[in-house]
Design a protein. Structure first.
Length: 66
């Protein structure tokens, strides 16, 4: 029980470190990524998710699609 709790704390800490690195990297260039996502269920087994990602400059113009 103690090992599982410590392991969970480690993973939470690790994810926070990764998120903070991402935030600092994005803020230095003043560019960002945005995405639009839509998901729907056809039945209980089959699910479909559609997403579109945009790269945005400082003036919020779309400069690339991925």
């Amino acid at each position: 029980m103690f090992i599982i709790r410590r392991l969970n704390q480690f993973f939470i800490f690790f994810l926070l470190i990764l998120q903070s690195n991402f935030c600092f990297a994005q803020s230095s260039e003043l560019k960002g990524w945005s995405s639009v996502e839509y998901g729907f269920d056809i039945n209980e087994i089959l699910k479909i998710n559609l997403s579109q990602h945009f790269r945005l400059k400082e003036d919020l113009n779309v400069i690339a699609h991925t």
